[in-house]
Ligand binder design. Structure first.
Ligand code: IMP
Length: 184
């Protein structure tokens, strides 16, 4: 089984990535450390910089990932600033910003950067959906309680992990990475 490290300080991300990796015959080794996060407009650039710096420090084949939620009525905010927005205005703040807006469209994007001996590659996954009108219950991870993926009535937080993983932004990015790795 191939061993790849995941450098992340976020247990929820690792909980989701572990079964995805296992399904592809990849053993993920968790290095519980927050990647260096540069300020940039695109999550792919943020993931790439984090991957390059993590590889320079650790020297083992690894992935890092960066995720953002992009809300149409807010011109893509919080996007690459999702972590900061979560810590400051929080989910209530996002709901307040959307009060009275016609569109509640949003998308989740994940960029996974693989950094190894010979290359550094980034894979993106996107899921479209809408922002709920209230904070939903269930698993409490970041924006999951307010994001309803297209074709569903439940928020991500109200789904079992396996259901979220069956069609999530993170899973879509990971599928592309796994496919790349299988050809290496
Ligand atoms: P980062 O990728 O760690 O910078 O995450 C940005 C923000 O989005 C943080 O507040 C995370 O908690 C949140 N986040 C990342 N991935 C997800 C997800 O799959 N669902 C909900 N929130 C997420």
């Amino acid at each position: 089984m191939r061993e790849i490290s995941i450098v992340s300080g976020n247990r929820h991300k690792v909980d989701e990535l572990m079964p995805l990796a296992k399904a592809h015959g990849i053993r993920l080794k968790w290095i519980n450390y927050s990647k260096v996060e540069i300020q940039a407009d695109g999550i792919s650039d943020i993931a790439r910089a984090g991957g390059i710096l993590a590889y320079a420090a650790l020297g083992v084949p690894l992935i890092v990932e960066d995720t953002g939620i992009f809300i149409s009525a807010l011109k893509g905010f919080p996007g690459p600033y999702s972590a900061q927005a979560y810590k400051t205005i929080g989910l209530e703040g996002i709901l307040t910003l959307l009060k009275g807006r016609k569109s509640r469209k949003a998308e989740f994007r994940t960029a996974i950067c693989y950094a190894g001996d010979e290359d550094t590659v980034v894979f993106e996954g996107v899921v479209h959906g809408t922002i709920a009108t209230r904070i939903r219950g269930g698993r409490d991870f970041g924006y999951d309680p307010i994001f309803i993926p297209e074709g569903h009535t439940k928020a991500y937080s109200e789904m079992e992990l396996a259901e979220k993983n069956s069609a999530s932004h993170r899973a879509a990015a990971f599928e592309k990475f796994a496919e790349y790795l299988s050809r290496k």
